[in-house]
Design a protein around this ligand. Structure first.
Ligand code: HEM
Length: 457
């Protein structure tokens, strides 16, 4: 049930040092086993684990004060890491990849579209899209792999809430290219050295073709919307309407495309993974599943879930949070120091790299009670509040996930709507995580859905 092997022999500084190479530093060990290596490195060296990567100083930290310094209080002294270059090729200069004053400007313009109240109004669409998704599920009696189905659900919810677009047409046109470009970005991030994009390999040509397809689809949607007389009530409209307070300037069509692509990429796989992991964790923890279904039954019965209901369902919220603790989809966050920076107990030089991993931090044995247990109640206990630098599945500070409220509503609405109708079970007791840009399940997540009304008969 855990993302790493806790029965493996305890890592020591000597055993970890043997994995670190003279020039490549932690590169080969990290590439071979990213999660296992980070866990061993952190276990052996503690909250500030320091080494090199291709001659550059790199620090893996799980220290809450340092994490807050890097992500929040001293965020302006850092840029994002190298892996964002690969994403920039796919996404352009959208929220996820832009830096400095341009990022601040774009973030301000986009903020209105993600206002809490506005996003909360999307709950009925999220609920209905989940019901439509349930109705599309194949009529199979045995277990099936929920990963691709969760991806389909997350994409449908994004379509319905961001773009209110023609679902099937868009899903069919963008699904494959998006997947291919993500694979490409994943691969480039994993490689220490990459061929330049301009080398016309068959793969690069295919990447370029898929990118043109995606750009074309999104450009067309934006152009149609700008020409339309009727205003939709969705995120795209809010982005189109947003205006700079001082200059009155709006986003260009190209910038709108960057932002829409970013939201699709950032909001798609992350949520699909969160739902897949959480459903699987629930199948392994029957007591939690039964308590959750009890809360669902007493609060909503068979009625469609509403935003008001969600506020009355603390256990549902806690289950989603605990799923994100044990399998945080954004498992690693990297930063590079733009200048010398002083943090509590750590002096950084210009160019030093920081690796911050919600995954490793979420299992610190000295900061969490029973971190290896799936125990949602930990998030209901006000006494045991979780420090900002200890639990951060959505990051923190000026670059915190803009979609965190969206993702939480989407995840809880989907979980409640699924478990309102189905019992779930699985015989799979171990699924290796596949840590790419997001942490995916590295094997099929075989879950059996049994209609609850069938079971009562
Ligand atoms: C469970 C689901 C999700 C998780 C775990 C997640 C996690 C994260 C994290 C950790 C970051 C910060 C990365 C960094 O600091 O380097 C981030 C940024 C971002 N996320 Fe999410 N995310 C999720 C869902 C979503 C959704 C649904 C959307 C949009 C609809 C979204 C849009 C974004 C954007 C645009 C950014 C960049 C924000 C900025 O830099 O200003 N995410 N996400």
């Amino acid at each position: 049930m855990l993302p790493f092997d806790i029965n493996a022999p305890k890592a020591t500084r000597q055993s970890v040092d043997r994995e670190i190479k003279p020039i490549a530093g932690i590169g080969p060990a990290f590439k071979a086993d990213p999660i296992g290596f980070l866990k061993r490195f952190s276990d052996a060296y503690g909250p500030i684990a320091e080494s090199t990567l291709l001659g550059r100083r790199v620090i893996l930290t799980t220290d809450p004060a340092i994490i807050q310094g890097v992500l929040r209080t001293q965020a302006k002294h850092f840029t994002k890491g190298r892996e964002y270059d690969a994403l920039r090729f796919v996404l352009g200069e959208g929220l996820l990849t832009s830096e400095g004053s341009f990022h601040r400007h774009q973030r301000k313009l986009s903020q209105g579209a993600f206002h809490h109240r506005k996003i909360t109004e999307l709950v009925p669409v999220m609920q209905q899209t989940t019901v439509d998704w349930i109705n599309r599920l194949p009529a199979i009696s045995g277990p099936f792999d929920v990963r691709s189905h969760m991806s389909d659900l997350a994409l449908s919810i994004l379509n319905a809430t961001l773009l209110k677009s023609n679902q099937t047409e868009l899903q069919q046109t963008i699904g494959n290219p998006l997947e291919y470009l993500l694979e490409d970005a994943n691969e480039r991030i994993g490689n220490l050295i990459n061929l330049p994009r301009w080398v016309p390999t068959p793969h690069h040509l295919k990447v370029a073709k898929h990118r043109r397809t995606l750009d074309g689809v999104v450009d067309r949607i934006i152009a149609e919307r700008k020409q339309s007389d009727t205003k939709q009530d969705d995120v795209l409209q809010a982005l189109i309407d947003s205006q700079d307070e001082d200059s009155g300037e709006r986003m260009s069509s190209e910038q709108l495309r960057f932002e829409v692509m970013t939201l699709f990429l950032a909001g798609h796989e992350t949520t699909a993974n969160a739902l897949s992991w959480t459903l699987w964790l629930l199948t392994l923890n029957r007591e939690v599943l039964s308590q959750l279904q009890q809360e669902i039954d007493t609060t909503i019965g068979q009625a469609p879930i509403t935003a008001d209901d969600l506020a009355q369902m603390p256990y549902l919220q806690a289950v989603f949070k605990e799923g994100l603790r044990m399998y945080p989809p954004a498992w690693a966050i990297s930063r590079r120091a733009k200048q010398a920076v002083e943090l509590p107990g750590l002096s950084l030089n210009k160019g030093d790299s920081l690796l911050i991993s919600p995954l490793i931090s979420h299992y610190r044995e000295d900061l969490w009670d029973s971190p290896y247990q799936f125990e949602p109640r930990r998030f209901m206990d006000k006494e045991r509040s979780h420090d900002r630098g200890t639990y951060f599945p959505f990051g923190d500070g000026p670059r915190v996930c803009i979609g965190s409220h969206f993702a939480t509503l989407e995840g809880t609405v989907a979980l409640a709507t699924i478990l309102q109708q189905f019992n779930i079970s699985s015989e799979v007791s171990h699924i290796p995580p596949l840590p790419l840009i997001t942490m995916r399940p590295g094997a099929e997540v075989l879950i059996k859905f049994t209609h609850r009304s069938d079971q009562k008969l």
